[in-house]
Design a binder for this molecule. Structure first.
Ligand SMILES: Cc1cc2nc3c(=O)[nH]c(=O)nc-3n(C[C@H](O)[C@H](O)[C@H](O)COP(=O)(O)OP(=O)(O)OC[C@H]3O[C@@H](n4cnc5c(N)ncnc54)[C@H](O)[C@@H]3O)c2cc1C
Length: 343
């Protein structure tokens, strides 16, 4: 513990001396995540440019302190115990966008609804389905996010990343291995810096109309009064054909409205968990465990989470894996010991 404190002190001095962006200590992760859940992070850095990000990663690596990169925190559950390391947060300072005909290059910190609006304004079509998704472009690409069962990855031609030493790496679309809400970037030790897209031309008014329709549907379907992280579980195509989406499955097994502490399965949408005020990560993970177990036992489909859990040590995993470790270690499909040790 003392060694860790000393390493943190040396690291924050080195980052401050290099003047790479705003640095904060003992930051509430609850205030940085859409779930409003999580303890304190030892350090948080907000790099002020792409070059500063590159240098920040190299300095962190040199100091051997655990690192977690985040955008807007709209798809993460932070540990109640916080994070013993440094969070690198990307946002507005790294959000440039350049358009050349139907080719677009944009940086990871760009706010997704702003990206969508700008594409509509310029008559660039293909990713209307991202309208209204909160978060940064980097997070969206890593998660291959989207709506209407589409993913942003379809229109990505290449992604530029930084490895954990700050070295540049290029991924083409194949390397990214985009799948439904999945990508190879989730497993690699890379920070997404920017991406290039190939889009189609369409009249701006048509694109805008489509986006407005999508936003109206979202407003009707999704809970909006309490903090949440969007869909908790991924929609499995096989389960979708037989039973329907995860929300329908959760509702059919009678779990809609179930609470654990201040966390509750939304009464509006069965695939959302809301924080009714002061919920803990443990409360949310228990509901996730219960939803997965009940649907699995009754239907034979074991739903996987879209939302990621970030442990105190910086292990990042789909939240159902953390829930299985906490509440279902006795299960035959529980996780291997290596993963349990990370929690
Ligand atoms: C109300 C609500 C509605 C939502 N609706 C949708 C929806 O319709 N469709 C959908 O797909 N998602 C949806 N989401 C989930 C979420 O908005 C997306 O996944 C979003 O793109 C995540 O971006 P972020 O910047 O918030 O990422 P974060 O939550 O900060 O991070 C998510 C993961 O991505 C990693 N990450 C973030 N940035 C980078 C980077 N630059 N390089 C490497 N790794 C990175 C993090 O380490 C973490 O593992 C919704 C969330 C909310 C709260």
């Amino acid at each position: 513990m003392r060694q860790h404190r000393e390493a943190l002190k040396r690291l924050s001095c080195a980052l401050a001396a290099a003047d790479l962006g705003h640095i904060e200590c003992d930051v509430s992760l609850a205030e940085c995540s859409w779930y409003e859940i999580g303890g304190l992070a030892d350090i948080m850095v907000h790099p002020h440019s792409a070059q500063a990000l590159q240098r920040t990663l190299a300095i962190i690596k040199d100091h051997g302190v655990p690192m977690f990169v985040m955008g807007d925190g709209s798809n993460v559950i932070f540990d109640d115990a916080g994070f013993r390391g440094v969070v690198v947060r990307l946002g507005q300072p790294i959000s440039a966008m350049a358009i050349d005909g139907t080719r677009v290059k944009a940086e990871a910190g760009l706010w997704v609804p702003r990206f969508a609006l700008e594409l509509a304004r310029r008559g660039l079509s293909g990713v209307e389905h991202i309208a209204g998704i909160p978060g940064t472009l980097g997070g969206l690409i890593v998660m291959n996010g989207g709506s209407q069962r589409k993913g942003i990855g379809t229109h990505v031609t290449s992604v530029t990343c930084l490895d954990n030493a700050g070295e540049i790496q290029h991924f083409n679309q194949q390397d990214c291995a985009f799948g439904y809400r999945r990508s190879a970037l989730q497993k690699s030790d890379c920070v997404v810096l920017s991406a290039e897209f190939e889009l189609d031309l369409a009249p701006p008014s048509q694109i805008r109309r489509e986006m407005i329709d999508i936003l109206a549907t979202r407003r009707k379907k999704f809970p909006k009064h309490y903090p949440n992280c969007g869909s908790v579980f991924l929609s499995d195509p096989m389960m979708y054909d037989v039973i329907g989406p995860p929300g329908k499955a959760v509702e059919e097994v009678g779990l809609r409205g179930l609470s654990s502490g201040a966390a509750q399965i939304s009464s509006i949408h069965g695939n959302f968990i809301v924080n009714r005020g002061g919920a803990s990560a443990r409360d949310v993970l228990w509901l996730i465990y219960k939803m997965r177990q009940t649907v699995g036992e009754k239907t034979g489909y074991w739903m996987d989470c879209e939302v990621r859990f970030v442990s105190q040590q910086g292990a990042v995993m789909p939240a159902h894996q953390a829930a299985d470790v906490l509440f279902g270690a006795h299960l035959s499909h529980a996780l291997p010991a290596e993963l349990q040790a990370l929690l």
